[in-house]
Design a protein around this ligand. Sequence first.
Ligand code: FMN
Length: 247
Amino acid sequence: MEEYRVSVVDINFGCPVRQVTEKAHSGSYLLRTPMRMFEIISKLVQACAPTPVTAKIRLGCSPETINCNEIAKIVEEAGAAALTVHGRTAKDMFRGHADWERISEIKSYLKNIPLIGNGDLDSAEKVVHAFQNYNVDGVMIARACLGRPWLFAQAAAALRGEPIPPDPTLHEQRECMLRHYRLVVDRFGEEKGTVLMRKYACCYAQGKHGARHFRTHVARVNTAEEFHQVVDEYFPLMSNEEVKAMS
Ligand SMILES: Cc1cc2nc3c(=O)[nH]c(=O)nc-3n(C[C@H](O)[C@H](O)[C@H](O)COP(=O)(O)O)c2cc1C
């Protein structure tokens, strides 16, 4: 681990996708066998030392079999350095709301390791609310940051008690997306990077007027030239406020 300069190894016991659960018996499938989780975590802790190993779970496999409190204890006993909990069960997939009350309850089952709450955080206000109300030591933001990476700066400012910076202008958002694209291409190369970026580009457009056209076109790009063409032509999207102001 040190050789690759990895800072942390996070084991995903939360993935609810059929291929991962039913076919590979991995991800959230393992929530039904906490002792197996214990074995996996302890072996990884040993193998990865001194790199910390953390675990990410859901509340359980289904609403009828919620066992996150028991699992939390086992995860800590196995030597994990932190526990992240997505407040849904595997059966819920992404339906309904994350149950933050359940996440909060887990805190009393942990002795020392931090509890990181996850699920449905899409604004700086919600992040502050989570810290103030649900006993968590940290939060994880997933879907909301895919097209709004500035959310972290907004949440961090709010947590420091500072005014929340406004969303970037559309021009700045476009520049941010282009920088994101450059980084993805630097890492994965033009061909793979462009295909990977299709879905993130759609996230940047989400909720904006004209997003549908942008999505339709960006979903087909294969080269950097095509990507930039589509951005030039379709990303000058308008915010909903601008659309309202024109009508
Ligand atoms: C497309 C997609 C891919 C994901 N991949 C992972 C993953 O590789 N590892 C993981 O721990 N969680 C993964 N998750 C779950 C998220 O980390 C997170 O638990 C979930 O989206 C709920 O948080 P959110 O409401 O902030 O999105 C994924 C979620 C989505 C939508």
